[in-house]
Design a protein around this ligand. Structure first.
Ligand code: GLY
Length: 426
């Protein structure tokens, strides 16, 4: 394969991890990132174009004669970048907006699961607060209240009491999640252990591409509000070979067949968020991109070159590739978040120590950072940095990640101290 010019779209920790792996590939001739972040800027060229500015991204792909465009965030999928690139005949890793409804509408996904026999929990879709409150009668606590649309992982409330559930419904219809909360899905709370499993698809062929476990709550001991994810580790013992096989046959493959049958063949990565229950895996939700911060631990553990897999999804050649090779070590990612995350993160504090040399097993990905006019690194988002480490064991990886985190000064920020607790407590 001749070396490629690659355009990577996005600016978070997930995209920094993808850029890190793409830049290390001998198949990458030129890496351009839009908009990128200060960490990504060290790996290639960045251009200040938003991930949702589809016409400008297509123009950039043409300008640099991109051989491949890699879509990081769901917002770009939803804005139709995959569709526009298909029209321009530019290979793209990332689905069309129609396939992207698997993430952009929770109500669509639940109905899709019904149509295609995917195991998932009971649900009700509600168009107004009154009917949503009445629908709670059909569920028992804890209540799961979800904004229908895209809400950066923050549109889910797990309410322990009816009063909390009612308040969450009022919040959603009161505009807390903007247009994403104009419709609400109430779901059965599934009992079991949560997991994140990834599958690639090239429109026809598919393969499992790693798994991890995320910690969604803001604070230690799974307390506090739901977030986009406060830390991950991989491998996670919940993913036995049997469970991974069930995810493949009961969730991923029927989904790829289903979207193709409905006219929107899937090209890219499908993130299956599942509950491992006594009856096997049940779908919690789909995302149409790599998980953030799941991607970070997957990239640390991925021994194979990532680029052939991204390209194969884009051009329909996945069947020619072997399953990816994973390093036997464990990887941990600790998210350093800004004060006030997830509700009202405080921006602007000066970050010190993030760019020092932490040794060969530690990588710090930038998630929400910016450089000011003096070149000083500052917090510029809810999740600021991802401190990641590889170790011979999970405990070893955890120790290395926390030792590195302790050397970074992120004033007012916070991070969980218990990433990996489920596996370590087994
Ligand atoms: N970590 C969960 C997500 O990416 O949505």
């Amino acid at each position: 394969m001749s070396p490629l010019t690659i355009l990577l779209v996005g600016s978070g920790g997930r995209e920094h991890a993808l850029a890190w792996k793409i830049a290390a590939s001998p198949l990458t001739r030129r890496l351009v990132m839009a908009p990128g972040n200060p960490g990504m800027a060290k790996l290639g060229e960045t251009r200040p174009i938003k991930a949702t500015d589809t016409p400008a991204l297509v123009a950039l792909a043409r300008e640099i004669a991109a051989d491949l465009v890699v879509i990081g965030p769901e917002a770009a999928v939803d804005a139709g970048l995959g569709d526009a690139l298909a029209e321009a005949d530019i290979p793209c890793f990332g689905p069309t907006a129609a396939a992207g409804r698997l993430e952009s509408s929770k109500a669509f996904t639940k109905a899709f699961a019904d149509r295609h026999g995917l195991p998932t929990g009971a649900y009700r879709v509600c168009e107004d607060a009154e009917s949503a409150k009445a629908a709670l009668d059909g569920f028992s606590p804890p209540y799961v209240i979800k904004a229908d649309g895209l809400a950066s992982g923050k549109g889910v409330v797990i309410a322990e009491t009816r009063a909390e559930a009612t308040a969450a419904i009022d919040d959603a219809f009161g505009g807390r999640f903007g247009a994403a909360g104009a419709r609400v899905v109430i779901e059965e709370f599934l009992q079991g252990e949560i997991g994140s499993c990834f599958a690639l698809c090239d429109g026809t062929h598919s393969m499992i591409f790693g798994s991890a476990q995320d910690h969604k709550r803001a604070f230690d001991g799974e307390t506090g509000p739901n977030t986009g994810g406060m830390g991950t580790y991989s491998p996670a013992p919940v993913f036995t070979p049997e469970l991974v096989d069930q995810v493949r046959t009961r969730l991923a493959e029927p989904t790829f067949a289903g979207v193709a049958a409905e006219g929107a063949p899937y090209r890219g990565v499908l993130f299956v968020e599942l509950m491992a229950t006594s009856e096997g895996p049940k779908l919690v939700e789909f995302n149409v991109r790599f998980g953030d911060p799941e991607c970070q631990v997957l990239m640390l553990r991925l021994e194979s070159d990532l680029v052939p897999y991204l390209l194969a999804c884009a051009i329909g050649r996945l069947a020619e590739l072997p399953p990816p090779r994973w390093r036997p070590q464990s990887a941990v990612c600790v998210v350093m978040a800004a004060e006030g995350y997830p509700d009202s993160p405080v921006a602007g504090s000066i970050i010190r120590g993030a760019e020092q040399d932490f040794g060969p097993d530690v990588v710090v990905f930038h998630a929400g950072t910016a450089r000011d006019e003096d070149g000083v690194l500052r917090a510029a988002g809810g999740r600021v940095l991802n401190v990641c480490a590889l170790g011979a064991t999970l405990k070893d990886a955890q120790d290395k990640a926390y030792a590195a985190a302790a050397r970074i000064d992120c004033p007012g920020g916070f991070y969980r101290r218990d990433i990996g607790w489920r596996a370590l407590g087994r």
